[in-house]
Design a protein around this ligand. Structure first.
Ligand code: FES
Length: 162
């Protein structure tokens, strides 16, 4: 698989989740394990540009895929616009969910730009660039923040989408 623009050969048990392959075999610990059951979104990464719960998919299914983790979005000297917006909007407290929130937001904004519908926008013309706050909340509802930093997370995504 191609992870953060680098080809990686993995020799893993076929039962290994993509999450465990990233964290334990490739040492990319930015992707977090919360529930390990597809409930919290902490493990969200981008697979061929689409957000995926990496705990719910097997590494062997992604041999030919492009994977982007939080480490691939930016670095301390060149933050991704969403990373910068999360800092500027204080959009975290403990920070555990933040990598998944940011990867999910990257995928979500691409979905909005591509005109993917949501329940909150069934009657809104698409494609668009800037989602409404209600749409952001709905589209990000798969990413849980137990510190409840949701207002600031929405603000960070809104600022990025402008
Ligand atoms: Fe994958 Fe919670 S760890 S959704």
């Amino acid at each position: 698989m191609n992870v953060n623009e680098r080809v990686r050969q993995l020799d893993v048990d076929p039962r290994t989740s993509l999450l465990d392959a990233l964290r334990e075999h490739l040492r990319l610990s930015g992707t977090k394990k919360g529930c390990d059951h597809g409930q919290c979104g902490a493990c969200t990464v981008l697979v061929n540009g689409r957000r995926v719960n990496s705990c719910l998919t097997l590494a062997v299914m992604h041999e030919d895929d492009d994977i982007v983790t939080i480490e691939g979005l930016g670095d301390p000297d060149h933050l991704h616009p969403l990373q910068r917006a999360f800092v500027e909007n204080d959009a975290f407290q403990c920070g555990y969910c933040t990598p998944g929130q940011i990867c999910s937001a990257v995928g979500m904004l691409a979905e909005v730009a591509a005109g993917w519908p949501s329940h909150a926008t069934a009657d809104v013309a698409s494609p668009r660039i800037a989602p409404t706050d209600a749409e952001i909340r709905e589209r990000m509802s798969g990413n849980i923040c137990r510190c409840a930093a949701y207002p600031n997370i929405v603000a960070a995504i809104r600022d990025t989408a402008r």
